[in-house]
Each structure stands twice: as C-alpha cells, then as structure tokens.
Design a protein around this ligand. Structure first.
Ligand code: CMP
Length: 154
C-alpha cells in the first residue's frame, strides 16, 4: 500500500551537516519526496508533536532540544513508507540500532538520534497535518517510477 510518512531531521542533523546525506538515503531507496522544508520550531508545535511523551521525564529536554535550532521536515511517499523509513532509521537508542541504519551509522545518543519518523500510518497522517499545509504536499510522477514501483493494480 502506498503510504506517506513524516521524517524530521532534527537540529543535530542540521548542525552536523548531515541533511544531504540523510535525505539521499531515502531518495536512493526510491522513496518520493512529496514535501520538504527547513523549520524553526516553536514551543507550541514541539509540544504538540511530542504530546504522547508529555509525562515522560525527558519531555522538557526533548522540547528544548527540538527547538534549539532549525530542523528539516520531510514528507516521503512509497510502498509501506512508514515501516520502510522506521527500518532505515534504526532503533531509537543508537546503541541498539543496526549498522546500515541512519542511527546505527551516524548517532550515539538517544536524545541526539538525528531523525524522527512516524510510527504508524495513523500517526503519519496526524504528524503530516501538523508539519505541512495541504498545499505543501505535492503529488507528481517521476520518470523512474516505472523502475522503482510495481505497476498500479499489479
Ligand atoms: P523520536 O523518534 O523523535 O521520539 C521521541 C524522542 O525522545 C526520541 O526520538 C528521542 O530522541 C527522545 N528521547 C530523549 N530521551 C529519551 C529516552 N530516555 N527514551 C526515549 N526517547 C528519548
């Protein structure tokens, strides 16, 4: 099933000059970029995005971190995109992330784990609505789609 999912390349990714390399991983996999922007996150958006963690001891630090500098919000589309991107990012705690994943290759700390991705199609829909206006998410065909994607209806 073709899905859309939200990725955030967090402030540590921007500061470490890793934006291009992280975006390239998703592009090279074949995922389609349907939304992309640099965002200076305010407290309100950060708290809404991480609302499920509101009662966790790390919540204050998490909001502090995510608002500490610009981040990149990315909307990706493809078959089972939610699960594909979660697998590419690796486990939340970098010491548990497999080599070959974003975190397993590039991160060491749970707070500075470079990326966030939606954890279910339902979460993806809600998170995409939080980070992108409808007109910022584009639908378009790529020439390579016939080499990357199964034909519609197959
Ligand atoms: P993310 O996928 O963005 O979702 C919640 C984030 O909280 C998580 O990645 C981590 O970056 C961050 N975080 C900070 N401390 C912890 C912790 N102790 N346990 C889990 N997540 C944490």
């Amino acid at each position: 099933m073709i899905e859309r999912t939200l990725v955030l390349i967090k402030p540590d990714g921007v500061q470490r000059l890793l934006v291009g390399r992280i975006v390239a991983r998703y592009e090279e996999r074949g995922l389609k970029i349907v939304g992309l922007k640099l965002v200076r996150v305010d407290r309100d958006l950060a708290e809404r995005h991480y609302a499920v963690h509101r009662d966790k001891p790390f919540f204050a630090g998490l909001v502090e971190f995510i608002t500490s500098g610009p981040l990149v919000a990315l909307a990706l589309e493809g078959p089972e995109a939610v699960a594909v991107v979660r697998a590419m990012n690796g486990a939340t705690r970098p010491h548990q992330a497999d080599p070959g994943t974003v975190r397993g290759d590039l991160a060491l700390e749970t707070a500075q784990n470079l990326v966030h991705a939606s954890d279910s199609p339902e979460t993806a829909e809600a998170e995409l609505g939080l980070w992108f206006r409808p007109d910022e998410l584009l639908s378009y065909e790529r020439e390579i789609d016939r080499w990357v994607l199964a034909p519609p209806g197959s």
